[in-house]
Design a protein around this ligand. Structure first.
Ligand SMILES: *Cc1c(COP(=O)(O)O)cnc(C)c1O
Length: 389
């Protein structure tokens, strides 16, 4: 049986895969088993921040894995402490809880918010306000937080206590807070899976002001937007606000599974022994990998990310077949005249890997991609987009 057939036979059919058998990669280049070369502008959905098998990243992983691959959270380990310290120093947040994925990072954020509100205001203050068109994960609780009905249908009842409101509508937020005993608001500064839609500065500032005035916690979901993706270390830094809780994952480990929930002043000591945990959380190899990623996301490096971003936005604006360009940094959405699916398939044939987000083509290239290579991929995309269907 071919790999495709074996996959169909033995792996749960939750993914509709493209007909590509991946073999290996280096930097932004991915090779399939036939030796075909692709410029990968998807980075494993924003995970491989420094591309495939980056030398520094590999060294950090190899060094740690030959020391100790895992212990339990019953003991102290250096990589997790160093990483938590660096995350706090770079963000001003106070403490970190490590998990293994974006959904888990959000679960922890929600637990922290619920415990805070319950202690401060009472058990009935459990509502979490989320935005329509958001995406926060696939567990039953983070699905409840996800403001898209299509993800809910098969799995009801979901976790109770979530309501979603329209983005960019501060009156809706005020009404929701008035009508529900609220613990927190959770949002993505740029809705990723929802179609690469940045929220406005005015809206985010208002949300921060309203939540502060009502002692409602503001959780920023930086699972996709975090770790340099938007040209700042975290997307909220583009908006000049300070969240109470930040969740992140995807690019943090540079290709190894790691989630982090950063706890700000109000919730830094919210958890007591036994309140939360994760067997794999703070895995030393994942933390060493993340440390090597985070150490390289310097101001100078982020300047380069912003330059590449400007290049892409300039390149794609006013192009035939591209109706709009959205996003921030190296998180870019293209509304194409041709169906996104057709563009993605044809780009793949032409050696460029792309993602979709709703009806858009989505680009999440490795942050250190060579600008020449990025230009080459952009030319390929532009040619495909300007064709008549
Ligand atoms: C991908 C994503 C998640 C879920 O992350 P997993 O690691 O798949 O659990 C949550 N929030 C946002 C904004 C995401 O993009």
């Amino acid at each position: 049986m071919s790999l495709t057939e074996l996959d169909k036979k033995y792996i749960a059919s939750t993914y509709n895969r493209f007909p590509v058998e991946v073999s290996h990669g280096k930097g932004a280049i991915l090779y399939d088993k036939n030796g075909k070369e692709y410029i990968d502008l998807g980075s494993g959905i924003g995970v491989n921040a420094f591309g495939y098998c980056d030398d520094n990243w590999c060294d950090a992983v190899k060094e740690q894995i030959s020391q100790i691959q895992h212990t339990s959270n019953l003991y102290y380990t250096e990589p997790s402490v160093k990483l938590a310290k660096l995350l706090c120093e770079k963000t001003g947040m106070k403490k970190v809880f490590f998990s293994n994925s974006g959904a888990e990072a959000n679960e922890c954020a929600i637990k922290a918010a619920r415990k805070y509100a319950s202690k401060k205001k009472g058990d009935e203050y459990f509502t979490i306000i989320t935005l329509k068109n958001s995406f926060h994960g696939r567990t039953l609780t983070t699905l409840a937080a996800t403001g898209q009905d299509k993800f809910h249908e098969l799995y009801k009842p979901l976790t109770d206590g979530f309501i979603s409101i329209d983005a960019e509508d501060t009156d809706a937020l005020l009404t929701a807070i008035k009508n529900h005993k609220t613990a927190a608001v959770i949002l993505e500064c740029i809705q990723g899976e929802g179609g690469v839609i940045p929220l406005s500065h005015e809206y985010i500032s208002s949300v921060r002001k309203i939540t502060e005035e009502n002692d409602v916690l503001l959780i920023i979901d930086e699972v996709q937007t975090g770790n340099g993706r938007t040209g700042k270390l975290y997307a909220y830094m583009n908006y000049g606000i300070t969240p109470d809780i930040v969740s992140t994952a995807k690019g943090l480990g540079g290709g190894l599974p790691l989630g982090a929930t950063l706890l700000g002043e109000k919730v830094e000591n919210i958890f007591d022994f036994g309140d939360h945990g994760s067997t794999f959380g703070a895995n030393p190899v994942c933390c060493a990998a993340a440390l090597s990623v985070l150490e390289r996301l310097t101001d100078g490096f982020l300047d380069e990310v912003r330059k590449k971003s400007e290049f892409l936005f300039d390149f794609f604006s006013d192009r035939k077949g591209i109706e709009s360009v959205s996003g921030m940094g190296l998180m870019v959405g293209l509304k194409t005249t041709r169906p996104a699916k057709d563009v993605i398939l044809e780009a793949m044939e032409n050696g460029v890997l792309l993602l979709s987000a709703k009806d858009k083509v989505r680009l999440l290239p490795p942050l250190n991609i060579d600008i020449g290579l990025l230009g080459k991929a952009a030319e390929t995309i532009a040619k495909i987009c300007e064709k008549e269907n």
